[in-house]
Ligand binder design. Structure first.
Ligand SMILES: Cc1cc2nc3c(=O)[nH]c(=O)nc-3n(C[C@H](O)[C@H](O)[C@H](O)COP(=O)(O)OP(=O)(O)OC[C@H]3O[C@@H](n4cnc5c(N)ncnc54)[C@H](O)[C@@H]3O)c2cc1C
Length: 416
């Protein structure tokens, strides 16, 4: 299987990052006239399974943001470490990479980028064509059970007792699969605490009951877990059947992933629904409505940026009858309305999945990787890329960008 003149490259994991890395390996080998046997070992029967289902089948490939520092701000884990990789390969490089292979990407108002076909198969077909062109060997149903370092610094990869592959360098790109973490540990690495990221909050409260689908453009959120330092986030918020979701809330879940897991998903969220900057401004708004509508029932006159249904829910929470006239509303009731608009405290009692999207927070310890090459600082010739590392992003294409960037850098350095 091995030859003196051939560099054997083993990539464990045929997901986004492993496949991208294999193509970069092949490109570098060709450019440098290096004979390389590049093999991708994939445990399941198909490669790129997550790419296929990603972005609701459209594949949110990357994000329109392109400044390396700005990009880093979207990674709750890896913010500091990803700066150097993004200086080498960032979102605009992803766009160019696909464009030069005939795949055009477009961006939407929120910056997410998709293939213009709105079909993840476009991305998969592009990768498969490239792999065929470069003769990358993709071997499915090949679960790598263990790796060991040989005396001559090469690696022995075991599929089973009779099947071994000897490699000069190895990339672990196993995503969030436990088997990948075990392989890394067997070669001396530590795995940081694992926790799911990108989830929605389960909340039972009269203010949101039966209001699924109601959204708020610019909410301000404060998440208080026990008595620890709060997490803050601003932006769009959505009421769902089971609680709260929407871009601002998903970001909050990503930043607080470990703390939320450790609190068993019990916490308090304080919602400023309208995103008005001060309590005084909220009070002024309510008093103007009161003055202008003194003869109206309270349920018929409300701030224009919230729906009547939500307003009625808020009145319920404040225990104010819907048919009470504005003129009869007491100062205490006014205070209660302001509190629930500006500082609405809700109890979180669990989490739910966001569609089916999910990333793992935690993975190979960042301190053990050289981010200029993606090589292990502990075991020479071993590389890491993608979600197996303790790097994860918020939604918006940032997780795939991590997979492409780290895969590209590992691929470049594994061959040379
Ligand atoms: C439903 C869903 C939708 C998503 N949508 C988006 C999106 O639109 N945009 C975005 O940026 N991110 C999205 N994500 C996140 C994104 O898919 C991942 O961050 C990304 O796939 C990580 O790439 P990876 O190559 O590191 O891991 P993976 O894509 O998970 O690939 C790892 C591969 O390694 C294989 N493997 C594991 N262990 C072994 C072993 N021992 N031997 C051989 N093979 C092994 C696995 O079978 C798998 O195929 C989504 C995630 C989910 C679940």
């Amino acid at each position: 299987m091995k030859s003196k003149n051939i560099t054997n490259i083993a990539i464990i994991g045929g997901g986004a990052s492993g496949i991208f890395a294999s193509l970069r390996c092949a490109e570098i080998a060709k450019e440098n006239n290096i004979k390389a046997d590049i093999r991708v070992f994939e445990s399941s029967n198909k490669i790129l399974k997550k790419v296929k289902i990603s972005g609701g089948g459209r594949c949110n490939v990357t994000h329109h943001k392109n400044d390396a520092k700005d990009l880093c701000l979207n990674y709750p884990r890896g913010e500091k470490e990803m700066l150097s990789p993004f200086m080498t390969f960032k979102t605009t490089d992803t766009v160019k990479w696909f464009r030069s292979r005939g795949v055009k990407l477009k961006y939407e108002d929120d910056g997410r980028m998709f293939p213009i076909t709105d079909d993840s198969k476009t991305i998969i077909n592009c990768f498969i064509e490239e792999a065929e062109k470069y003769k990358v060997k993709i071997i499915t149903k090949s679960n790598i059970k263990n790796i060991s370092k040989l005396e001559d610094e090469k690696f022995s990869l075991r599929l089973n007792e009779n099947n071994e592959y000897i490699a000069n360098s190895v990339l672990i790109a196993t995503g969030s699969k436990t088997s990948g973490y075990k392989l890394a540990q067997s070669l001396g690495h530590t795995i940081t605490e694992l926790a799911p990221s990108l989830f929605t909050f389960n909340i039972d409260d009269p203010i949101i009951k039966n209001l699924q689908g109601t959204s708020f453009l610019n909410s301000h959120l404060t998440l208080q877990i026990n008595n620890k330092k709060p997490f803050y986030q601003n932006g769009p918020l959505l009421i769902t059947h089971w609680g709260l979701s929407g871009p601002a809330l998903l970001k909050l879940s990503a930043w607080s992933a470990r703390e939320m897991m450790n609190s068993n998903y019990k916490a308090k969220i304080i919602v400023n629904w309208l995103g008005i900057n001060s309590k005084k401004d909220t009070e002024d708004l309510i008093l103007v409505i009161k003055k202008r509508n003194s003869r109206n029932n309270i349920c018929n006159a409300h701030p224009k940026d919230i729906t009547k249904r939500f307003w009625i829910g808020l009145l319920k929470k404040c225990k104010i009858p819907e048919d009470k006239k504005w003129a009869e509303i007491s100062n205490r009731e006014i205070d209660n309305i302001i509190k629930n608009l500006f500082n609405c405290e809700l109890s979180i009692h669990g989490k739910s999945r966001f569609k089916d999207e999910f990333v793992e927070c935690g993975g190979v310890n960042l301190k053990e990787i050289n981010f200029r090459t993606m090589e292990s600082k502990i075991c020479q010739g071993l590389y890491f890329s993608g979600e197996v590392i303790d790097v994860d992003g918020i939604t918006g294409g940032f997780n795939f960008q991590n997979a492409w960037t780290t895969g590209w850098i590992a691929g470049t350095n594994m061959v040379l």
